[in-house]
Design a protein around this ligand. Structure first.
Ligand code: COA
Ligand code: ZN
Length: 317
């Protein structure tokens, strides 16, 4: 990536859908992924191999993967909470796994029903068992890095000491520094992301995974960028949230982040119009509430501004 480029990782098919009570049919999930790939996303969360009792929405993960058409150049990651999830992912041919664990104990307990130390130990043992040669691409989904729904604001030192325990398991992994509850302030995001990069930059990669509960999402994206981050998790139409983090709302909307970077002259590789179309489809099919500012802007104005022409002329055209 050049200085003027960022990566937007679309997490709608996993983080976006997991919090929606209405079951989204397999064919719609497949269509969503296909449309998002068509909009230019080269890395996505395709879903998760979790307990169907914990997240019924993800019970068709195998069928979704089986039904996907070939999408050259697109990397699909799937989240796993434990070794059983990792085994299911491998059996389905997945090569990019996200192991989820939380910095805060009560959230780890609520989300995956065990202490963080147990998640780290299971992660280590699972990797040794399923990937002794290091052929898989592994991301650590590090939840509650800023704020926990039960413990409140999280101390930076606790995040650093948690990463210190994980880094020796495998060099070069990616860490999604996650604002699970969407309550982080921009100052906190800048400070922690910078500290992570300064401390582990040689042995780990970092992306920022934000939610927009407090309305600081876009500000937090810019703050993470100031901290040195160039990869951002976002969700189409701002869908999503963690069902085990009460009071958290959706991810930062992909449309808003793509539009922001376009206005700033930073390349994302995403076709905003196709992204808007994908969002229209999934909002209609899921009945989920829309949480994107950009979706509320009349399209003519949106694209006229991007082209630098008055909206009246864009409408006429
Ligand atoms: N996929 C499917 N089923 C799974 C599973 C997985 N990854 N892990 C466990 N199970 C099944 C077990 O086989 C067992 O099934 P049974 O009741 O038919 O025997 C049952 O779930 C209970 O297993 P157990 O190991 O006791 O799990 P648990 O009840 O303590 O739940 C998790 C732990 C991790 C499986 C569950 O909390 C979970 O899936 N959490 C994911 C939460 C999530 O996705 N959050 C949002 C993302 S951040
Ligand atoms: Zn999330």
């Amino acid at each position: 990536m050049t200085e003027n480029e960022v990566e937007i990782v679309e997490v709608g098919p996993r983080d976006g859908l997991q919090n929606i009570a209405k079951y989204v049919p397999t064919a719609v999930k497949i269509d969503l992924i296909r449309q998002l790939a068509g909009a230019g996303f080269t890395r996505m969360e395709f879903g998760s191999f979790v307990s169907p009792k914990a997240i019924p929405q993800m019970k068709d993960m195998e069928a979704v993967l089986e039904g996907l058409p070939p999408m050259p150049g697109v990397t699909g990651m799937t989240l796993v909470p434990n070794s059983k999830g990792a085994q299911r992912a491998l059996a389905a041919g997945v090569k990019d796994l996200i192991f989820v664990m939380s910095v805060s104990e009560p959230h780890n307990q609520s989300n995956v029903r065990r202490p963080t130390e147990a998640s780290i130990a299971d992660f280590k043992a699972t990797l040794e068992e399923i990937d002794p040669l290091g052929e898989l691409t592994i991301r650590v989904g590090l939840a509650t890095c800023f704020h926990c729904p039960f413990d409140g604001v999280i101390d930076e030192d606790k995040v650093i000491s948690t990463i210190e325990k994980i880094v020796p398991i495998r060099e070069g992994m990616e860490y999604a520094i996650s604002d699970t509850t969407g309550m982080a302030t921009p100052a906190h995001v800048k400070s922690l992301t910078k500290r992570c990069i300064d401390t582990f930059g040689g042995s780990a990669r970092f992306c920022f995974h934000g939610h927009d509960t407090a309305g600081f999402g876009i500000a937090n994206v810019l703050a993470a960028m100031e901290g040195g981050i160039r990869s951002f998790d976002t969700s189409v139409a701002g869908l999503g949230g963690c069902p085990f983090a009460p009071g958290a709302t959706g991810n930062i909307p992909s449309e808003d982040v793509v539009y922001l970077f376009q206005r700033l002259g930073v390349t994302t590789g995403i076709d905003l119009e196709k992204l808007l179309d994908a969002g229209t489809m999934i909002l209609a099919e899921s009945g989920a509430p829309m949480a994107s500012h950009v979706r509320a802007i009349p399209r003519a104005r949106l694209f006229a501004d991007l082209l630098g022409i008055p909206p009246s002329r864009a409408v006429a055209a």
